[in-house]
Each structure stands twice: as structure tokens, then as C-alpha cells.
Unconditional design. Sequence first.
Lengths: 189, 104
Amino acid sequence: MTEQELIAYLIKGDENAFKLLVNTYKKMVYNTVLGFVQNTHDAEDVTQDVFIKVFEGIGKFKQQSKLSTWIYRISITQSLDFNRHKNRKKRLGFLTSLFGADNTPLHHPVDFAHPGVLAENKEQAAILFNAINQLSENQKTAFILQKVQDMSQQKIAEVMGIKEGAVESLLTRAKANLKKLLTDYYSSL
Amino acid sequence: MKNRKEIEQLAEQALQSLETLQLVEANDFLAAKAWQRMQNQRHGVPANYNKLLLRLAAVLLIFVGINCASFYVLNNKTANKTSTATGVGAFANAYGLSNSSDNY
């Protein structure tokens, strides 16, 4: 089935077309989302949300870009929305911890062990993911797309809807910021 | 305490830790789960609506509870007062006393 045919079936609301869409792109979406939300259960939920959004919004897809590019964009938007919502909850959690009975924080940030990282790199990767979370959304997006999806700068520019030069600048700043954050972290040990 | 060179080396190693990252397989049943979830959202009531209803029901229950408790307490007080008044009357009658303050 070609991409055009798949889109046509999706517009009709065909269940088999939906299942084909999910099975074709699930690995791509899940890994992108996992890089952002850094939790396997949350990543699965957000991945489902992404495919529901794709299916419900397929009529608005103008086919000016590839379907995969459009799905990437939805994945990034959904992941960033999820993180914003989670951060709001965390702030509320901090407030509740202030009023906790035993004065202990109720909500601890959890180190993320990415299932795709080699065992010997797990500890360093968890520290790096914590640092990635402190980057701006644009720097984070560019960095994750490059490192997790192994995407070229041209493709990142297409997905983010910016120029290739801007992507290069984002990646340079992201790496410099990460290096500083990691240096500060190791200096404090 | 680590020196600057060691710290920079550790930071560089952490930055390189994602170089060998492998893509993870997604859940095999993701398509079925997502389809089911979509059907639930379309045909069922939204989850937020359920939560709102539960909260309203809880508030209503508390309101009714407070009213019932108030009614019971107030009713009991009236009953006590009546029984006290009846008790005083019976005592006055038994000993030939008048409960009127005008009788000197």
C-alpha cells in the first residue's frame, strides 16, 4: 500500500489502515517520545495519543511534507505538552511536600534508565538525560532528534520547520550547555 | 576531589554515552490498544466528566450528611428540653407544688 492509499483509507476511518499506520511508525514515534518523556509507561501512553491525533487529524494533513515528517511533528508537540503538564504537577508536588507531615519531599526526580543504552553506559546516560531536561525546548528537540533518531541536520530542519543553519546553531548551543551542566554536576560530587 | 581534567573527561564520556543508543521496540499490541482507547473516547463519557461527577457526588454526600447530623442534633436538644420540662411538671404535681412563679 502506498502512502497516498494509506492516507485515503485513514480518511475513511478504516481500522486496518489505522493498525497499518501504527505498526509502520510505532518504533519511530515511541523512540522519539521516549527521548522526551523519559519514562517507558508514559512514552507508551503518549505514543497512543500521537496515533489518535494523527488518525483524527489526517483530514487536515495537506501532504506538503512526507507523512513521517508530519508524524514526527505531532510526536514532538505531544511530548512537549506532556512534559509541561508533568512539570506543572511537579511544582504542585513541591508545594505539597512543603506541607508534608514528616518534612520529607514527596516527589523525587527519578533517574531515567533508557532501555536502549548499553549496560556499561547506563549511569552516564542517566546523568546526561537529567542534563538534557534542563535545556530549552528547541535545543532539546534538536539534540534528541540527532542522538536518538540519528537524524541529519537537514531532516531535523524539516521536522522543526526551521533553517538548517538554525539547527546547527541549536545543536552547538545544546552541546555547549550540556557540557557545562555535566561539568558542574561532576564538580559538585 | 577530582581535578579539572578528570571532570572534563567524565563530562565528555557522559556526552558520548548516547552514541551507541539502540532503538527500542514498541509494544506489539500498541495498535489494538490505541484503537480501543479511541473507541472509548468516542463512545464513552470522557474521563474528566467522570471525575467531575464523582467530586460533585462527594460534595453532595457531605452536604446531605451535615444536614442530617444537624437535624438529628437539633431535634435531640428539643426532645431533651421537653422531657426536662415534663419532669419538672411531674415533680411539682407529685409534691403539690406549683410551677407558677406568681403563686406566693
